[in-house]
Design a protein around this ligand. Sequence first.
Ligand code: UDP
Ligand code: MG
Length: 341
Amino acid sequence: SRAGPRHRSARLADNLRMADRTDSTPSISCVMPAYNEAGNLGRFVPQVLAALKTLSPQVEVVIINDGSRDQTAAAAIELTRQHPEVVLLDLSRNFGKEAALTAGMEAARGEVVVLMDSDGQHPVELIGQMLARWRQGMDVVYAVRKTRDDQTRLHAKLAGVFYWLVNHNNRVKIPPNAGDFRLMDRAVVAAIKSLPERNRFMKGLYAWVGFNSTALEYEPLPRTDGQSSFGLRGAASLALTGLVAFSSVPLRTLALLGLLISLASLSYGLWVVISYFVYGIDVPGYATLAAGMMLLSGIQILSIGVLAEYIGRIYEEVKRRPTYLLKGRHGQGLPPAGPEA
Ligand code: UDP
Ligand code: MG
Protein backbone atom coordinates (compact mmCIF):
# COMPACT_ATOMS: atom_id res chain seq x y z
CA SER A 1 0.00 0.00 0.00
CA ARG A 2 2.99 2.34 0.53
CA ALA A 3 4.46 1.48 -2.86
CA GLY A 4 2.07 3.85 -4.67
CA PRO A 5 3.03 7.27 -3.29
CA ARG A 6 6.63 6.24 -2.94
CA HIS A 7 6.79 5.41 -6.62
CA ARG A 8 5.27 8.71 -7.56
CA SER A 9 7.65 10.76 -5.39
CA ALA A 10 10.61 8.85 -6.83
CA ARG A 11 9.46 9.80 -10.33
CA LEU A 12 9.02 13.40 -9.27
CA ALA A 13 12.52 13.41 -7.85
CA ASP A 14 13.76 11.93 -11.10
CA ASN A 15 12.24 14.83 -12.99
CA LEU A 16 13.74 17.32 -10.57
CA ARG A 17 17.07 15.52 -10.67
CA MET A 18 17.14 15.50 -6.90
CA ALA A 19 17.69 12.58 -4.61
CA ASP A 20 14.46 11.14 -3.24
CA ARG A 21 15.18 9.86 0.20
CA THR A 22 11.84 10.55 1.85
CA ASP A 23 11.27 6.96 2.90
CA SER A 24 14.81 5.68 3.07
CA THR A 25 16.63 4.59 6.19
CA PRO A 26 20.34 4.80 5.40
CA SER A 27 23.11 3.02 7.23
CA ILE A 28 25.00 5.56 9.34
CA SER A 29 28.70 5.84 10.21
CA CYS A 30 29.76 8.20 12.95
CA VAL A 31 33.43 9.20 12.70
CA MET A 32 34.97 10.33 15.98
CA PRO A 33 38.63 11.42 16.19
CA ALA A 34 40.06 11.10 19.68
CA TYR A 35 43.24 12.58 21.10
CA ASN A 36 43.63 12.07 24.85
CA GLU A 37 39.92 11.41 25.35
CA ALA A 38 40.15 8.42 27.72
CA GLY A 39 37.87 10.19 30.19
CA ASN A 40 35.21 10.91 27.56
CA LEU A 41 34.95 7.89 25.25
CA GLY A 42 33.41 5.45 27.75
CA ARG A 43 30.65 7.91 28.57
CA PHE A 44 30.03 9.62 25.24
CA VAL A 45 30.31 6.82 22.65
CA PRO A 46 27.44 4.74 24.16
CA GLN A 47 25.26 7.88 24.06
CA VAL A 48 26.09 8.41 20.40
CA LEU A 49 25.49 4.75 19.61
CA ALA A 50 22.09 4.79 21.33
CA ALA A 51 21.10 7.92 19.40
CA LEU A 52 22.20 6.35 16.10
CA LYS A 53 20.24 3.16 16.80
CA THR A 54 17.01 5.14 17.14
CA LEU A 55 17.62 6.40 13.58
CA SER A 56 18.73 3.27 11.74
CA PRO A 57 19.20 -0.47 12.32
CA GLN A 58 22.57 -0.33 10.55
CA VAL A 59 25.03 1.91 12.33
CA GLU A 60 28.70 2.06 13.27
CA VAL A 61 30.93 4.34 15.30
CA VAL A 62 34.47 4.73 13.94
CA ILE A 63 36.83 5.94 16.65
CA ILE A 64 40.24 7.14 15.51
CA ASN A 65 42.87 7.12 18.22
CA ASP A 66 45.19 9.88 17.04
CA GLY A 67 48.31 8.80 18.92
CA SER A 68 46.91 9.64 22.35
CA ARG A 69 49.30 9.66 25.31
CA ASP A 70 46.66 8.52 27.79
CA GLN A 71 44.44 5.41 27.99
CA THR A 72 42.30 6.32 24.96
CA ALA A 73 43.28 3.17 23.01
CA ALA A 74 42.42 0.89 25.94
CA ALA A 75 39.09 2.66 26.48
CA ALA A 76 38.25 2.34 22.77
CA ILE A 77 39.23 -1.34 22.62
CA GLU A 78 36.96 -1.95 25.61
CA LEU A 79 34.12 -0.29 23.65
CA THR A 80 34.76 -2.51 20.61
CA ARG A 81 34.42 -5.54 22.94
CA GLN A 82 31.09 -4.31 24.34
CA HIS A 83 29.58 -3.12 21.06
CA PRO A 84 30.02 -4.86 17.67
CA GLU A 85 29.12 -1.52 16.03
CA VAL A 86 32.28 0.17 17.29
CA VAL A 87 35.47 0.20 15.20
CA LEU A 88 38.81 1.54 16.39
CA LEU A 89 41.47 2.81 14.02
CA ASP A 90 44.70 3.13 15.95
CA LEU A 91 47.05 5.62 14.25
CA SER A 92 50.78 5.06 14.65
CA ARG A 93 51.30 8.52 16.20
CA ASN A 94 49.57 11.89 16.56
CA PHE A 95 48.84 13.05 13.00
CA GLY A 96 46.39 15.82 13.92
CA LYS A 97 42.63 16.08 13.70
CA GLU A 98 42.49 16.64 9.92
CA ALA A 99 44.43 13.42 9.26
CA ALA A 100 42.36 11.53 11.84
CA LEU A 101 39.15 12.65 10.12
CA THR A 102 40.58 11.54 6.77
CA ALA A 103 41.38 8.10 8.21
CA GLY A 104 37.84 7.84 9.62
CA MET A 105 36.19 8.85 6.36
CA GLU A 106 38.24 6.29 4.46
CA ALA A 107 37.10 3.52 6.81
CA ALA A 108 33.43 4.59 7.14
CA ARG A 109 31.02 2.35 5.24
CA GLY A 110 27.68 4.03 5.94
CA GLU A 111 25.42 5.57 3.31
CA VAL A 112 25.62 8.70 5.39
CA VAL A 113 28.64 9.71 7.46
CA VAL A 114 28.51 11.95 10.54
CA LEU A 115 31.69 13.63 11.80
CA MET A 116 31.70 14.40 15.49
CA ASP A 117 34.15 15.30 18.25
CA SER A 118 34.59 12.68 20.95
CA ASP A 119 34.71 15.10 23.87
CA GLY A 120 30.95 15.51 24.22
CA GLN A 121 30.86 19.07 22.86
CA HIS A 122 28.58 18.17 19.99
CA PRO A 123 24.94 17.47 21.00
CA VAL A 124 23.82 14.00 19.79
CA GLU A 125 20.23 15.27 19.30
CA LEU A 126 21.43 17.16 16.26
CA ILE A 127 22.14 13.94 14.31
CA GLY A 128 18.41 13.23 13.96
CA GLN A 129 17.76 16.77 12.69
CA MET A 130 20.65 16.41 10.24
CA LEU A 131 19.25 13.14 8.92
CA ALA A 132 15.84 14.81 8.43
CA ARG A 133 17.51 17.40 6.18
CA TRP A 134 19.32 14.62 4.28
CA ARG A 135 15.92 13.01 3.63
CA GLN A 136 14.77 16.31 2.13
CA GLY A 137 17.57 15.97 -0.42
CA MET A 138 20.51 17.74 1.23
CA ASP A 139 23.88 16.08 0.69
CA VAL A 140 25.70 17.99 3.42
CA VAL A 141 24.20 19.26 6.68
CA TYR A 142 26.80 21.17 8.67
CA ALA A 143 26.45 22.44 12.19
CA VAL A 144 27.16 26.11 12.85
CA ARG A 145 27.98 27.19 16.38
CA LYS A 146 25.68 29.92 17.70
CA THR A 147 28.31 31.36 20.01
CA ARG A 148 32.03 31.40 20.62
CA ASP A 149 31.51 31.92 24.34
CA ASP A 150 33.92 29.09 25.14
CA GLN A 151 36.76 31.00 23.45
CA THR A 152 38.49 34.28 24.29
CA ARG A 153 37.33 37.54 22.64
CA LEU A 154 40.65 37.77 20.78
CA HIS A 155 40.22 34.22 19.43
CA ALA A 156 36.69 34.96 18.19
CA LYS A 157 37.85 38.24 16.61
CA LEU A 158 40.77 36.55 14.82
CA ALA A 159 38.43 33.83 13.56
CA GLY A 160 36.35 36.60 11.95
CA VAL A 161 39.47 38.08 10.30
CA PHE A 162 40.46 34.63 9.02
CA TYR A 163 37.09 33.99 7.37
CA TRP A 164 37.15 37.45 5.78
CA LEU A 165 40.66 36.87 4.40
CA VAL A 166 40.06 33.37 3.08
CA ASN A 167 36.65 34.15 1.56
CA HIS A 168 37.58 37.54 0.13
CA ASN A 169 37.49 37.38 -3.67
CA ASN A 170 37.29 33.62 -3.54
CA ARG A 171 34.95 31.49 -5.62
CA VAL A 172 34.87 28.81 -2.93
CA LYS A 173 33.30 30.23 0.24
CA ILE A 174 33.99 28.59 3.59
CA PRO A 175 30.95 29.14 5.84
CA PRO A 176 32.08 31.02 8.98
CA ASN A 177 31.67 29.27 12.34
CA ALA A 178 30.98 25.87 10.78
CA GLY A 179 33.27 23.19 12.18
CA ASP A 180 33.78 19.54 11.37
CA PHE A 181 30.48 18.50 13.01
CA ARG A 182 28.36 17.54 9.99
CA LEU A 183 26.44 14.83 8.16
CA MET A 184 27.46 13.95 4.62
CA ASP A 185 26.05 11.70 1.96
CA ARG A 186 28.28 8.87 0.77
CA ALA A 187 28.81 10.68 -2.56
CA VAL A 188 30.29 13.70 -0.76
CA VAL A 189 32.58 11.49 1.31
CA ALA A 190 33.78 9.82 -1.90
CA ALA A 191 34.47 13.25 -3.41
CA ILE A 192 36.52 14.37 -0.41
CA LYS A 193 38.42 11.08 -0.35
CA SER A 194 39.34 11.59 -4.01
CA LEU A 195 41.21 14.83 -3.24
CA PRO A 196 44.88 13.85 -3.20
CA GLU A 197 46.42 16.64 -1.13
CA ARG A 198 48.32 15.85 2.04
CA ASN A 199 47.91 19.18 3.76
CA ARG A 200 44.27 18.58 4.53
CA PHE A 201 42.46 21.68 5.69
CA MET A 202 39.09 19.94 6.00
CA LYS A 203 36.91 23.05 6.27
CA GLY A 204 38.30 24.09 2.89
CA LEU A 205 37.86 20.64 1.35
CA TYR A 206 34.20 20.43 2.42
CA ALA A 207 33.55 23.77 0.75
CA TRP A 208 35.60 22.91 -2.34
CA VAL A 209 33.64 19.75 -3.23
CA GLY A 210 30.32 21.62 -3.17
CA PHE A 211 27.01 19.61 -3.30
CA ASN A 212 23.65 20.69 -1.82
CA SER A 213 24.51 21.98 1.63
CA THR A 214 22.55 23.45 4.47
CA ALA A 215 23.36 24.70 7.96
CA LEU A 216 21.90 23.84 11.35
CA GLU A 217 22.63 25.98 14.38
CA TYR A 218 23.74 24.52 17.68
CA GLU A 219 25.07 25.59 21.04
CA PRO A 220 28.44 23.91 21.78
CA LEU A 221 28.43 22.07 25.11
CA PRO A 222 31.32 22.19 27.57
CA ARG A 223 33.90 19.41 27.33
CA THR A 224 32.95 16.57 29.68
CA ASP A 225 36.58 15.86 30.61
CA GLY A 226 40.13 16.91 29.71
CA GLN A 227 41.06 20.02 27.79
CA SER A 228 41.05 21.37 24.24
CA SER A 229 44.08 20.70 22.01
CA PHE A 230 43.43 23.87 20.03
CA GLY A 231 44.52 27.00 21.84
CA LEU A 232 45.02 30.25 20.00
CA ARG A 233 48.32 28.96 18.63
CA GLY A 234 46.92 25.72 17.27
CA ALA A 235 44.01 27.57 15.70
CA ALA A 236 46.39 30.15 14.18
CA SER A 237 48.56 27.45 12.63
CA LEU A 238 45.48 25.73 11.18
CA ALA A 239 44.28 29.11 9.86
CA LEU A 240 47.65 29.65 8.13
CA THR A 241 47.36 26.22 6.48
CA GLY A 242 43.88 27.15 5.32
CA LEU A 243 44.96 30.52 3.94
CA VAL A 244 47.89 29.09 2.00
CA ALA A 245 45.84 26.16 0.70
CA PHE A 246 42.70 28.05 -0.27
CA SER A 247 43.63 31.60 -1.06
CA SER A 248 46.21 33.52 -3.06
CA VAL A 249 45.41 36.75 -1.21
CA PRO A 250 48.84 36.77 0.54
CA LEU A 251 50.67 36.47 -2.79
CA ARG A 252 48.48 39.05 -4.52
CA THR A 253 48.87 41.46 -1.63
CA LEU A 254 52.66 41.28 -2.03
CA ALA A 255 52.41 41.90 -5.76
CA LEU A 256 50.17 44.90 -5.11
CA LEU A 257 52.56 46.19 -2.44
CA GLY A 258 55.45 45.87 -4.91
CA LEU A 259 53.50 47.81 -7.51
CA LEU A 260 52.65 50.60 -5.05
CA ILE A 261 56.25 50.91 -3.86
CA SER A 262 57.55 50.99 -7.43
CA LEU A 263 55.12 53.80 -8.30
CA ALA A 264 56.07 55.71 -5.16
CA SER A 265 59.81 55.38 -5.88
CA LEU A 266 59.29 56.48 -9.45
CA SER A 267 57.48 59.64 -8.37
CA TYR A 268 60.07 60.30 -5.71
CA GLY A 269 62.90 59.86 -8.25
CA LEU A 270 61.21 62.25 -10.64
CA TRP A 271 60.80 64.79 -7.87
CA VAL A 272 64.51 64.55 -6.96
CA VAL A 273 65.58 65.06 -10.59
CA ILE A 274 63.20 68.00 -11.05
CA SER A 275 64.22 69.67 -7.81
CA TYR A 276 67.91 69.35 -8.78
CA PHE A 277 67.72 70.59 -12.37
CA VAL A 278 64.81 73.00 -12.24
CA TYR A 279 65.02 74.49 -8.76
CA GLY A 280 68.72 73.85 -8.21
CA ILE A 281 68.16 72.25 -4.80
CA ASP A 282 70.93 69.85 -3.78
CA VAL A 283 69.02 67.08 -1.95
CA PRO A 284 70.79 65.74 1.16
CA GLY A 285 70.35 61.96 1.09
CA TYR A 286 71.41 60.27 4.32
CA ALA A 287 68.04 60.03 6.12
CA THR A 288 66.00 59.05 3.06
CA LEU A 289 68.61 56.45 2.08
CA ALA A 290 68.59 54.83 5.48
CA ALA A 291 64.79 54.83 5.85
CA GLY A 292 64.23 53.61 2.29
CA MET A 293 66.77 50.84 2.63
CA MET A 294 65.31 49.56 5.89
CA LEU A 295 61.74 49.68 4.64
CA LEU A 296 62.59 47.86 1.45
CA SER A 297 64.68 45.13 3.09
CA GLY A 298 61.86 44.59 5.58
CA ILE A 299 59.33 44.18 2.81
CA GLN A 300 61.68 41.90 0.86
CA ILE A 301 62.26 39.59 3.79
CA LEU A 302 58.53 39.55 4.49
CA SER A 303 57.84 38.60 0.88
CA ILE A 304 60.42 35.83 1.01
CA GLY A 305 58.72 34.59 4.19
CA VAL A 306 55.33 34.44 2.49
CA LEU A 307 56.84 32.68 -0.52
CA ALA A 308 58.62 30.25 1.80
CA GLU A 309 55.28 29.42 3.43
CA TYR A 310 53.88 28.38 0.04
CA ILE A 311 57.08 26.57 -0.98
CA GLY A 312 57.14 24.68 2.32
CA ARG A 313 53.62 23.42 1.62
CA ILE A 314 54.62 22.47 -1.94
CA TYR A 315 57.54 20.50 -0.49
CA GLU A 316 55.15 18.68 1.87
CA GLU A 317 52.95 17.75 -1.09
CA VAL A 318 55.67 16.52 -3.44
CA LYS A 319 57.10 14.19 -0.82
CA ARG A 320 53.86 12.22 -1.27
CA ARG A 321 53.93 10.72 2.17
CA PRO A 322 50.65 9.15 3.35
CA THR A 323 48.33 11.39 5.39
CA TYR A 324 48.37 8.91 8.28
CA LEU A 325 49.62 5.45 9.21
CA LEU A 326 47.61 2.75 10.97
CA LYS A 327 49.10 0.77 13.83
CA GLY A 328 46.04 -1.44 14.31
CA ARG A 329 42.34 -1.89 13.71
CA HIS A 330 39.82 -3.36 16.13
CA GLY A 331 36.13 -4.22 15.99
CA GLN A 332 33.55 -4.98 13.34
CA GLY A 333 31.39 -2.04 12.32
CA LEU A 334 29.23 -2.12 9.21
CA PRO A 335 29.80 -4.81 6.56
CA PRO A 336 31.46 -3.65 3.30
CA ALA A 337 29.05 -1.91 0.93
CA GLY A 338 27.15 -4.20 -1.45
CA PRO A 339 27.50 -4.27 -5.27
CA GLU A 340 24.64 -1.77 -5.74
CA ALA A 341 26.58 0.84 -3.79
N1 UDP B 1 41.73 15.70 18.11
C1 UDP B 1 42.44 14.77 17.35
N2 UDP B 1 43.78 14.98 17.14
C2 UDP B 1 44.44 16.07 17.63
C3 UDP B 1 43.68 17.02 18.37
C4 UDP B 1 42.33 16.80 18.59
O1 UDP B 1 41.89 13.78 16.90
O2 UDP B 1 45.63 16.19 17.41
C5 UDP B 1 40.28 15.48 18.36
C6 UDP B 1 39.84 15.59 19.81
O3 UDP B 1 40.00 14.36 20.49
C7 UDP B 1 38.40 16.00 19.68
C8 UDP B 1 38.39 16.84 18.43
O4 UDP B 1 39.56 16.49 17.70
O5 UDP B 1 37.54 14.87 19.51
C9 UDP B 1 38.36 18.32 18.74
O6 UDP B 1 39.46 18.64 19.56
P1 UDP B 1 39.36 19.64 20.79
O7 UDP B 1 38.17 19.32 21.62
O8 UDP B 1 40.68 19.61 21.47
O9 UDP B 1 39.19 21.02 20.05
P2 UDP B 1 38.04 22.13 20.24
O10 UDP B 1 36.76 21.42 20.54
O11 UDP B 1 38.51 22.98 21.35
O12 UDP B 1 38.03 22.83 18.93
MG1 MG C 1 36.37 20.00 21.89
